[in-house]
Design a protein around this ligand. Structure first.
Ligand SMILES: NC(=O)c1ccc[n+]([C@@H]2O[C@H](COP(=O)([O-])OP(=O)(O)OC[C@H]3O[C@@H](n4cnc5c(N)ncnc54)[C@H](OP(=O)(O)O)[C@@H]3O)[C@@H](O)[C@H]2O)c1
Length: 278
């Protein structure tokens, strides 16, 4: 991998920079970062002293070949203006944002555009990264890039029409599951004598062990459920309650995320429509 740049070192950009360096996917001295305000860049540099903080996007692009765009959708406008001025055909541009269309990004001067949507669990170095290549990659270039992504993640190819729902599962999933578990813990405290501390400890330990069990490949999700749910047992009573109250819940969730996605996509497309002015 040649020099690599990260624009926006917030939650995701900072996490990606960190996991890439921790997994030795890129040496610190080849990592260039630029954040709108200094605080998050200097914090990252305090932990990875050999990384390079650039003064602006122009400098970052002049020093790097692959650049990850890690800003929020609403923050693309000023960024796109700078990218239009300073990108070259040699750059590889990776966006981590789902509502930005690759076709729109392909109006930038770079040839190779790719989408790599992460999740907070990428911090572990082995979580999924949703991958969609733009139109101008040779097969060999794709294979090399994917091989490099594998050094810090598990890239999974997704098509445009399943990107949002894949992102709901992989990227929003940790928040959705945490929310459900939090409700479970609150109910446990409300209905019994367990303390919230103990409910939290038990829940976290259960989740960690559950992940290990899945990782070991002994069971899939359905088999795990069947294993716990012995005929005539207590789990079955609980599962019935979940079935009753969750009916329609995830359907509505998916409709809501897709509705917001459609709105965000529209906004992003409008932003790129004025492309000749940018
Ligand atoms: N959060 C998730 O779990 C998740 C999962 C998958 C994908 N994503 C996508 O990741 C993207 C970033 O999300 P996030 O949660 O990391 O947001 P975030 O924490 O707000 O990070 C955005 C960062 O970009 C910086 N920034 C904004 N405009 C900039 C510019 N023009 N030049 C340089 N830096 C700039 C911000 O700087 P300041 O410090 O000055 O604010 C901030 O540090 C979003 O598009 C989101 O859709 C997020």
């Amino acid at each position: 991998m040649n020099n690599l740049g990260i624009i926006g070192t917030g939650n995701m950009g900072g996490m990606l920079a960190e996991v890439m360096m921790n997994q030795q996917s890129i040496p610190q001295h080849q990592m260039y970062i630029y954040n709108r305000t200094n605080e998050r860049s200097t914090e990252l540099q305090s932990r990875f002293p050999s990384i390079n903080i650039t003064q602006d996007i122009r400098e970052l692009l002049s020093k790097t070949e692959t650049v990850f765009l890690c800003v929020r959708p609403t923050q693309y406008e000023s960024l796109v203006k700078e990218l239009r001025k300073h990108l070259t055909l040699e750059h590889v541009v990776a966006t981590i944002t789902s509502p930005v269309s690759l076709e729109d990004l392909e109006t930038l001067p770079a040839r190779r555009i790719v989408r790599t949507v992460p999740t907070v669990v990428n911090r572990t170095g082995k979580a999924p990264l949703l991958l969609t290549f733009g139109n101008h990659w040779a097969d060999k270039e794709k294979a090399l890039f994917e091989q490099w992504l594998r050094t810090f993640s598990e890239p999974i190819s997704v098509t445009d029409d399943t990107l949002r729902v894949s992102s709901d599962i992989v990227s929003c999933g940790p928040a959705f599951i945490s929310c459900l578990l939090e409700r479970f813990m609150l109910a446990a405290v409300q209905e019994t004598n367990i303390t919230s501390e103990n409910a939290e400890i038990l829940t976290e330990k259960m989740m960690i062990a559950y992940g290990h069990l899945l990782e070991a490949g002994h069971f899939n999700l359905r088999e795990l459920m069947e294993k716990v749910n012995v005929p005539g047992g207590i789990t079955g009573k609980g599962l019935k309650v979940i079935e009753k109250f969750s009916e329609g819940m995830f359907e509505e969730l998916i409709q809501e995320t897709h509705h917001k996605y459609a709105e965000d996509k529209k906004e992003m497309a409008t932003l790129f429509q004025g492309k000749t002015d940018m």
